[in-house]
Design a protein around this ligand. Structure first.
Ligand code: NAD
Ligand code: DAU
Length: 337
């Protein structure tokens, strides 16, 4: 049995990872440690909370003592750190919690990992640590880090800490840097679910600036499969870029969503630009493909249709997160634990 501590497993990508692994890897035990911030939602794990290979524990990655107790109690061999404050706009209005969770939290996990002789530590990072691209070129793992937002600066800091713990203390680690994810269970503060939600409710779709910023989109399940590859085959101390070569301007994505849901482009509303808005991201994942034999399987056109269908079928989930009722749900769920 592979015994894995995952942090942030009630969030968007973490919960997709939990569902995928429980469905496909019967020999893996997941201890899911999550603070349940506004972004953490036990409804994302519905149907899996009582799975024999899944144990949910509510807690904060900044609490080293609890992390060490969990490692001892469940004989943890591997840590995958998904937990983070993840929204760029929030980092502009309130950066402090980004430093607390993304930097101090990661440091706390690293110290516990070294003290407890963890066999492998995987840091889930982001392509935003590389900064912003001009009209051409792609991010490779060899590029220097050049983060522009408080969010990406906090993620770059944690990447440096992970590598430093590898160099100084011999921690066996990998860092993954993925591009923009979309798919089921994404909190509707991020662009794609926000636009789907507003379009379904006939509300304006707020486009920052001229809408020509470019993001490189990947379906969340493809990202999760890449993480499993890194866990099982990643070489010590390597960074792996993960992307699906699917660059789109924000306007292209928004017009696609409107077309699929059958709503008019007149809902598009240009609003004040994000401060320090990165112009373009594009990921070169050649190394991950050649070293680990991984490639994204889901094309954007297919993934976005499936994602919209999921939001249409799961209006209860969407209403829960937009009204805040999901927080009562987890309080009730958690009261019994
Ligand atoms: P998310 O905001 O949906 O989820 C974050 C989860 O972490 C939540 O469940 C939250 O409760 C938990 N959390 C926050 N602070 C915590 C703390 N102090 N202790 C324990 N748990 C805590 O984020 P996401 O979009 O699923 O992103 C997951 C990871 O992947 C992040 O590290 C993010 O930087 C990275 N990433 C995200 C994307 C993307 O497009 N969403 C792309 C590349 C990398
Ligand atoms: O690249 C990976 C990163 O992608 C992750 O590390 C982050 O956690 C994740 O949030 C995401 O960051 P972005 O800032 O790229 O994603 P967001 O969904 O916030 O915005 C995508 C693009 O859409 C960006 O150019 C800003 C624009 N946008 C966003 C919102 C929320 C709008 O035009 N209007 C909006 O209302």
């Amino acid at each position: 049995m592979r015994r894995v501590l995952i942090t942030g497993g009630a969030g968007f990508i973490g919960s997709n990872f939990v569902r995928l692994i429980l469905a496909e890897q019967p020999d893996c035990l997941l201890i899911n440690f999550d603070k349940l911030t506004y972004a953490g939602n036990l409804e994302n794990l519905e149907g899996f909370l009582n799975h024999p290979n899944h144990i949910f524990v509510k807690g904060d990655i900044c609490d080293g003592r609890t992390v060490e107790d969990i490692i001892d109690k469940h004989k943890i061999e591997t840590i995958i750190n998904f937990a983070a404050e993840s929204h760029v706009d929030r980092s502009i209005t309130g950066p402090k919690v980004f430093i607390e969770t993304n930097v101090i939290g990661t440091l706390t996990l690293l110290q516990a990992a070294c003290d407890k002789k963890i066999k492998k530590f995987i840091q889930i990072s982001t392509d935003e640590v590389y900064g912003s691209l001009g009209d051409t070129g792609k991010f490779t793992e060899l590029m220097p880090l050049s983060p522009n937002s408080p969010y990406s600066a906090s993620k770059a800091s944690s990447d440096h800490l992970v590598a430093a713990f590898g160099h100084t203390f011999g921690l066996n680690y990998n860092i993954t840097r993925c591009s923009n994810n979309y798919g089921p269970y994404q909190f509707p503060e991020k662009m794609i679910p926000l636009m789907i939600n507003n379009a379904l409710a006939d509300k304006p779709l707020p486009v920052y600036g001229d809408g020509l910023n470019v993001r490189d989109w990947i379906y969340v399940e493809d990202h999760c499969r890449a993480i499993w590859k890194v866990l099982t085959e990643g070489k010590t101390g390597e960074v792996y870029n993960i992307g699906a070569s699917s660059e789109k301007t924000n306007l292209e994505v928004i017009k696609t969503i409107l077309k699929i849901v059958g709503k008019p482009e007149s809902l598009i509303t240009f609003v004040k630009d994000r401060l320090g808005h990165d112009k373009r991201y594009a990921i070169d994942s050649t190394k991950t493909a050649s070293q680990l034999g991984w490639q994204a399987q889901i094309k954007f056109e297919q993934g976005i249709k499936g994602t919209i269908e999921w939001y249409l079928k799961n209006k209860k989930w969407l209403t829960g997160v937009t009204t805040g009722s999901y927080q009562q749900y987890y309080q009730q769920m958690y009261a019994g634990r």
